[in-house]
Design a protein around this ligand. Structure first.
Ligand code: ADP
Ligand code: MG
Length: 243
């Protein structure tokens, strides 16, 4: 497998608060990587640096070998390769479900409306939301909104999908349907980086897990290693607390 993303010595500070301290990790094509760790450990900031919603204050991020932080790198092209699903859905409330899934395709990828709608409907079908194509987000449950957000993101044909606690804002009965959707996406071979507190899901779906603590990667390993044989005491303490 080829390296899709390589992160080297990544740092991010807000003022004098060092939130990410020398993060090193790489993600291969087709890999599913989960990031676990306590609230405030820097997980969201790491994802936001990967898609450049935040500008790192040090280090490098290579995408297919090219440094995305160099001045001559094309950010619009990069952003089109990276899909993101947030805790808070971030759907366009004034547009219906179908339009939510087509605007990016038309504006950024320059697809025709007809082609964009065809692709959107295929992806809405995959997440079980095709019959809601003309509904407004306000008519949907949280779980349904999140499935639309996933369909919208994958309609852009991303090379990698970032998920930042996609089920944390959901009522408990909605969590399963979103995890099921993500599980089936993982099985298509899509590269995914997932921040989650759903440990059973993380164990099942991940190729690799990283545990973050206070801005560093405290431990990295297979799900078996991290969840059943953690080497670091702080990984153990975190898991005891959450499981
Ligand atoms: P996590 O997602 O693991 O809960 P975050 O990455 O959201 O952690 O936050 C890590 C730390 O960075 C927290 O202490 C948070 O207050 C701080 N932080 C995050 N974003 C900002 C920001 N825009 N400005 C200042 N501090 C921030
Ligand atoms: Mg977070």
């Amino acid at each position: 497998m080829n390296e899709l993303i390589q992160i080297r010595h990544l740092q991010k500070s807000f003022g004098n608060h060092a939130v990410l301290k020398d993060i090193n990790l790489s993600v291969k094509d087709g890999e599913v990587l989960t990031i676990i760790g306590s609230s405030g450990s820097g997980k969201s900031t790491l994802l936001r640096c990967i898609n450049l919603l935040e500008t790192p204050t040090g280090g490098e991020i290579l995408f297919r070998g090219d440094n995305i932080l160099s001045d001559d790198y094309s950010l619009p092209a990069y952003r089109a390769h990276v899909g993101m699903v947030f805790q808070q859905f971030n759907l366009f409330e004034n547009h219906n479900v179908l339009t939510n899934c087509t605007v990016g395709q038309v504006k950024v990828l320059k697809r025709s409306r007809e082609e964009a709608e065809k692709i959107a409907l295929e992806n809405l079908d995959k997440v079980g939301m095709k019959q809601f194509a003309s509904a407004k987000p306000s008519q949907l449950s949280g779980g349904q909104k999140q499935r639309v957000a996933i369909a919208r993101a994958i309609s852009m044909d991303p090379d990698v999908m970032l998920f930042d606690e996609p089920t944390s804002a959901l009522d408990p009965e909605m969590v399963g349907e979103v995890l099921k959707t993500m599980r089936s996406l993982a099985h298509t071979g899509l590269t995914m980086i997932i921040v989650t507190h759903e440990m059973k899901f993380a164990e099942d779906v991940s190729d690799r897990v990283i545990f973050m603590d206070q801005g560093v990667v405290a431990e990295e390993g297979t799900p078996e290693e991290i969840f059943h044989h953690p080497k670091e005491e702080r990984t153990n303490i975190f898991l005891q607390r959450i499981l």
